[in-house]
Design a protein. Structure first.
Length: 491
């Protein structure tokens, strides 16, 4: 949409590069934006991966190991099941790479690589090295990632964060963070911390120092950020335009089931959303369906809630159980996991046997719901509510003339020359607001493009729906509560 191939690259790549000795010639390759040069023969290759990309990581490892090149793997999934990755790599770095990566390279140079490397769990994080963004082709990237903290005090059953980084929060020196942001190759920043505002004192100090930098930024936070309206004001004034909040469920029993008892529901959710919107900050709302207390009715509840509260950006996921989580351990013991390709672990593919819902029924209801969420009649209804009160008037960071021209061409072609009346009405609605100075131009256009992108993604998934259904039917046994199947079927 913005003339870029990807929103951002994994922070791990430029960060690990920063901890590599200067006498190494380093090349970063992100296969989302470029082709891996298989004719390139480095001395050593490092691969960072998630569960959804592990199959490709294994292929890369096999390619380079066959050439006699040392292969090191790391990342969340490799950290929790290193034995699988060691079948395709010489070594695995478990957990945080700082210190462990340097030790790994030292042993590599001595010709004495160990099978695994693990950093000190009390790894100092106050003043980390600055990521090597100079090694990333920023012509293909829209924004950059920044991390200010590690750890999570909560212990959600489906999440890996506290298992990997610990439950004790570790924060960077704020001046170290600001120095990094000043040197970034983009004015668009995403703070990848799971909860940027958990430490309110730190957050206040950070906002004050962000204000002079002129950046536009987004982050993740918990819903209780709405309890501090002064902090919301500081966030907005320092450039915050979007907050991702994990609501996870509107079912109180499901929140208790997954140990996310720090969340609140009902009217408190609605009041919090109004407060955040009133400061001109959009919300990216994350929901999960598939807990043992959930039924198919959860989808309608979430859809109705998003309409009532004008939440256009809804990340709706089906519950998964990544290795290393408490949920995975429990479901494995119950025999409710089955082997499917890990690259389907992308949020909308059923990965477990659900207690109250069959997989195909769950999938069909999911696809129907996301289609409704990102239809332009729904988007138009929400836009009229969220933007009409004139709270989104603060402009963001200036973009180049070429990107502006590109955006105008896309908006004309997609929102004027269209058969969808709701798309045209959305454009005319924003034009009226812009003329009335009730919304900043960039806020209006970026909203339209984000919604267009989400709509396209949903329709792309729908085009492949029969392929997905055929895969799901191979494993579907209906609601787990109705079955009594022996464990060995899933092994």
């Amino acid at each position: 949409m913005f003339g870029k191939k990807r929103m951002m690259v994994p922070l791990a790549l430029p960060l690990v590069a920063a901890y590599t000795p200067e006498y190494y010639d380093i090349c970063i390759v992100d296969e989302e934006t470029e082709t891996l040069p298989t004719d390139y023969n480095p001395d050593i290759i490092g691969v960072t991966t998630l569960a959804a990309t592990k199959e490709r990581a294994f292929q890369i490892g096999d390619i380079y190991k066959s050439k006699g090149i040392s292969v090191i793997m790391g990342g969340i999934d490799a950290s929790v099941i290193p034995e699988e990755y060691l079948e395709h790599a010489d070594s695995v770095v478990i957990g945080e790479a700082e210190n462990a990566w340097e030790n790994c390279l030292d042993d590599f140079e001595k010709g004495n690589l160990r099978r695994t490397y693990k950093a000190d769990p009390k790894n100092d994080y106050e003043k980390p090295k600055q990521p090597r963004w100079d090694l990333v082709n920023m012509k293909t990237i829209f924004q950059v990632a920044v991390q200010i903290s590690r750890g999570c005090p909560f212990n959600c059953d489906f999440c890996l964060v506290s298992n990997i980084f610990g439950r004790k929060m570790r924060y960077r020196d704020i001046d170290n963070v600001i120095e990094e942001i000043k040197k970034l190759p983009s004015k668009y920043v995403f703070f990848v911390d799971d909860n940027l505002t958990l430490n309110k004192k730190y957050a206040y100090e950070l906002m004050v120092k962000l204000k002079p930098l002129g950046i536009s930024w987004a982050c993740m936070s918990s819903i209780d950020v709405a309890d501090d309206e002064e902090l919301l004001k500081e966030m907005a004034e320092s450039g915050c335009f979007n907050v991702l909040i994990g609501f996870e469920s509107l079912n109180h029993e499901s929140l208790e089931e997954t140990h996310k008892d720090h969340n609140r529901g009902g009217e408190k959710f609605e009041d919090a959303i109004r407060k955040i919107h009133n400061f001109g900050i959009q919300i990216n709302a994350s929901f999960i369906v598939g807990f043992d207390n959930d039924t198919l009715e959860e989808f309608d509840r979430i859809f109705d809630f998003s309409l009532r509260t004008s939440l256009p950006n809804v990340n709706l996921h089906l519950l998964s159980a990544p290795p290393g989580t408490g949920l995975n351990a429990r479901l494995k013991q119950e025999g409710r996991l089955f082997k499917v390709s890990e690259n389907t672990r992308v949020g909308f593919f059923p990965m477990i046997h659900y207690y109250n819902m069959g997989q195909i029924d769950l999938f069909n209801k999911y696809m129907d719901t996301v289609k409704r969420l990102y239809s332009f009649d729904t988007i138009l209804k929400k836009a009229k509510t969220i933007f009409s009160n004139g709270t989104f008037t603060r402009p963001g960071t200036q973009i180049s003339f070429l990107i502006k021209l590109r955006l105008i061409i896309i908006i004309i072609s997609e929102f004027i020359f269209t058969k969808d009346k709701n798309k045209r009405d959305l454009l005319y609605f924003f034009i009226r607001l812009i003329r009335q100075k009730k919304i900043a131009i960039d806020k209006a256009f970026s909203f339209m493009l984000i919604m267009l992108s989400s709509h396209r993604q949903v329709m792309s998934n729908i085009e492949n729906i029969e392929n997905y259904r055929s895969l799901i039917r191979e494993n579907d046994i209906g609601p787990w509560k109705n079955k009594n199947i022996s464990q060995n079927i899933y092994e």
